[in-house]
Write a protein that binds this ligand. Structure first.
Ligand code: SAH
Ligand code: SF4
Length: 394
């Protein structure tokens, strides 16, 4: 008789990669545990975390040996067990309007794009959370690229650190600068859906907000989501940043086509979760992003439906109108300036701020929705995109 077939349900732990740990991206508790694991006495661990934290995130130092308030022996231990590793800037393009686009290489040779947008009263860094995206919004260039992988917390905060390097913005060791920062705001509006990489985004943003380091206020960080409803409440409690939502349509059939995650969580469910967003208040309004697509979502009726939906759910909101940025093979056209103005007017008269987002860095393909790393282009044809969007080919 043959032996009964049994299934081995024991999970064999995956062998961890050999070698030192990257210290960038560890949260304070993770860093504390890691220091204790390499022999730091528990009683000293908190102080050591504070010291290392300041060198890394307040002064931007990349060499343990320069951390001069640590003993030589401790610096050697650190160097033996940890590395300070950031992604690498492969290329930098500067637009005629001052926008800088960095192509950044992460482990494994993948690339993401990071965009710095200088304005008179602020400087905003648009960072990526994933290589590619699992979602397939039909107007978005990133959506034509398959998800390659989630970024680690170190790779997410690393984008901020690289930009500070390039802007020359780390204060001299021993000093602090809070005023007139070049990099004053972060928006999670680059490649990927941040709420599908929640833990890493959360940890990276908590590092960005830490008062002993980069020290950006939570109100200077905006996370944009296409509408991952179950993670919206967590964003408020575990990150506490401002929220933007890629709304783009006022009826379910149209939103299903533009933002297919709508088939999973529809407009009603999304609006309910936004109405419950505990941080939402008049001073911390939720941004409704609305891309203006010619003949698709840009009528006066759309504008009226948009404001009545927001009123119905009583959501403190501002509406950010985004002229569609074209990309090669895109199945849509940008609405005319007159149409955008008429739409904005209806929204404004209904009592909502309705700024039209000025496309920045278009000449270097750095504008919203144009981001896609050259090496990973999926090269979907126009036909494929239209088919997925449920549109009739021309
Ligand atoms: N995945 C997140 C964040 C990245 S997209 C999200 O969808 O919200 C950042 C913003 O750019 C979103 O509002 C998105 O809808 C918008 N966008 C994408 N493609 C665009 C395009 N071609 N033109 C204008 N805006 C676009
Ligand atoms: Fe992904 Fe956002 Fe682009 Fe949609 S708009 S495909 S969620 S990056």
């Amino acid at each position: 008789m043959s032996a009964p077939i049994t299934q081995d349900l024991v999970t064999i732990p995956r062998k961890l990669p050999e070698g030192p740990t990257n210290i960038i991206g560890l949260t304070r508790p993770q860093l504390r545990d890691a220091l204790i694991a390499v022999g730091t006495p528990e009683k000293q661990a908190k102080m050591r975390v504070n010291q290392i934290w300041q060198w890394l995130y307040n002064w931007g130092v990349r060499d343990f040996d320069l951390m001069t308030n640590l003993s030589k022996a401790f610096r050697v231990t650190l160097a033996e067990n940890f590395v300070i590793e950031l992604p690498e800037i492969v290329t930098k393009n500067v637009s005629t309007d001052g926008t800088r686009k960095y192509l950044v290489r992460i482990a494994g040779g993948h690339e993401v794009e990071v965009v710095y947008i200088p304005e008179t009263d602020r400087g905003t860094l648009c960072i990526s959370s994933q290589v590619g995206c699992t979602l397939t919004c039909s107007f978005c260039h990133t959506g034509t690229q398959k998800l390659v992988r989630n970024l680690t917390a170190g790779e997410i905060i690393g984008q901020v650190m690289l930009a500070r390097d390039d802007l020359g913005e780390w204060p001299e060791p021993g000093t602090r600068t809070y005023d007139s920062r070049l990099l004053s705001n972060i928006v999670l509006m680059g490649m990927g859906e941040p709420l599908y990489n929640f833990e890493n985004v959360r940890d990276a943003m908590n590092i960005a907000m830490d008062p002993e380091g980069i020290c950006l206020s939570r109100r200077r960080i905006t996370l944009s989501t296409s509408g991952v409803v179950p993670e919206i409440a967590r964003t408020a409690t575990e990150i506490g940043c401002l929220l933007a939502v890629s709304f783009h349509a006022t009826t379910d059939p149209v939103r299903d086509k533009l933002v297919p995650i709508n088939k999973r969580w529809n407009i009603e469910e999304l609006m309910q979760s936004l109405a419950a967003y505990p941080k939402a208040s008049n001073s911390e309004r939720i941004t409704f992003e609305y891309v203006m697509l010619d003949g698709v979502n840009d009528t006066d009726e759309d504008a009226k439906r948009l404001v009545s939906l927001i009123k119905q759910y009583n959501i403190p909101a501002k509406i950010n109108l985004i002229p569609f940025n074209e990309w090669p093979g895109a199945p849509y056209k940008r609405s005319s300036n007159n149409r955008i103005r008429a739409f904005a007017d209806i929204v404004f008269k209904a009592g909502y701020s309705s700024p039209v987002r000025k496309p920045r860095g278009e000449d270097i393909m750095a504008a919203c929705g144009q981001l896609k790393s050259a090496t990973e282009r999926a090269r979907k044809s126009r036909k494929q995109i239209e088919a997925e969007a449920g549109m009739k080919p021309e």
